[in-house]
Design a protein around this ligand. Structure first.
Ligand code: NAD
Length: 318
């Protein structure tokens, strides 16, 4: 039946997670109907509590490793635990979520002819031998290491997206997300920004793995979500993969020092051994995103950290 309004029905899998909940906020603010699907493995109702009274928002408990039969116009596939602690907790389920989840959501997109976006990751580049990483770089991934359930699951999901595109003419978009941080990050997922902030707010020592000279780039969540929306609106046939992240590069030591300063904490910095397969450097080459959709991260690290610290302080230390 033809739609009665211009309002789009948008499915966000993993919508009760960190990134998904911000995406739901933005999609609703833009006048869409949002169906948020989540199994609450790492996400939580708390992240979307403020949306539950919105008549244009619907929350459904569902695991994407099982088929889903709904009518939607667009799909953002974000369901997947994103932090090593969580994705290594049940590695088989992590691979299933990426691979079966992709097959199920692509099958849904095929049935209802919806445009579908995959939240892929910079982890597809593994421990990169090329720096910074352009989209053409094929990566350096250990197929049998403890991170492989996530890295290889995401790589296989990309393969599936492109095969559905070639074989079934599906309208796909693949984004490769680099480290993103902000309010609603899981407080105990071991990711570096939340880790440092919690440790600083508790006045505990700040743990740095290795000598702290390994670098990461950090993108504030609002910038990333803006990139999601702009890329979803690019013409059919623009598939990506496209890097989204903030190219500003900081060492772990610099990050720790910023967090200590911005929290006003007297935490000391301590060093622990580097975990297996921890990448030494990671920085996006966002030339394509800039050229294609004039997208550029706008929130400086100090400002993003201040907003994130305010969230953690208010939610867990009030
Ligand atoms: N945050 C980042 O820096 C980052 C970087 C690269 C890629 N990503 C990708 O972005 C997406 C969202 O990440 P996030 O940081 O918001 O993590 P998150 O853990 O907060 O969100 C993932 C959500 O997916 C849900 N989920 C997990 N398995 C599921 C399943 N089988 N069925 C239904 N729901 C399921 C979780 O409950 C959670 O709400 C993930 O796919 C992740 O791989 C995130």
């Amino acid at each position: 039946m033809p739609a009665l309004t211009n309002r789009k029905r948008v499915l966000v899998t993993g919508g009760a997670g960190f990134l998904g909940s911000h995406l739901c906020d933005r999609l609703l603010a833009a006048g869409n109907d949002v169906l948020c699907v989540d199994n609450f493995f790492t996400g939580s109702r708390d992240n979307v509590l403020h949306l539950l009274d919105n008549p244009h928002f619907e929350l459904m408990r569902h695991d994407v490793t099982f088929p889903l039969y709904v009518e939607v116009d667009e799909i953002y596939n974000l369901a997947c635990p994103a932090s090593p602690i969580h994705y290594q907790h049940d590695p088989v389920q992590t691979t299933k979520t990426s691979v079966h989840g992709a097959i199920n959501m692509l099958g849904l997109a095929k049935r209802v002819r919806a445009r579908i976006m995959q939240a892929s990751t910079s982890e597809v580049y593994g421990d990169p031998a090329v720096h910074p990483q352009p989209e053409e770089y094929w990566g350096n991934v250990n197929t049998i290491g403890p991170r492989a359930c996530y890295d290889e699951g995401k790589r296989c999901a990309e393969t599936l997206f492109f095969d559905y595109h070639r074989q079934h003419r599906l309208d796909i978009k693949v984004i490769r997300i680099f480290n993103t941080y902000g309010p609603r990050m899981h407080p105990s997922d071991g990711r570096v920004v939340s880790n440092f902030i919690i440790q600083a707010l508790k006045g505990e020592p700040i743990t740095i793995y290795g000598d702290g000279q390994q670098t990461r780039s950090f993108c504030y969540v609002d910038d990333l979500i803006e990139g999601f929306l702009r890329f979803m609106d690019t013409p059919a046939g623009v598939t990506g993969p496209i890097n989204l992240g903030n190219p500003g590069e900081f060492t772990m030591l610099e990050l720790a020092e910023k967090v200590v300063r911005l929290t006003g904490s007297d935490s000391k910095i301590v060093h622990k051994p580097l975990p297996q397969d921890d990448p030494k450097q990671r920085r996006p080459d966002i030339t394509k995103a800039r050229a294609l959709m004039e997208w550029e991260p706008a929130v400086p690290l100090d400002e993003g950290l201040a907003r994130t610290i305010a969230y953690f302080r208010g939610r867990f230390f009030a």
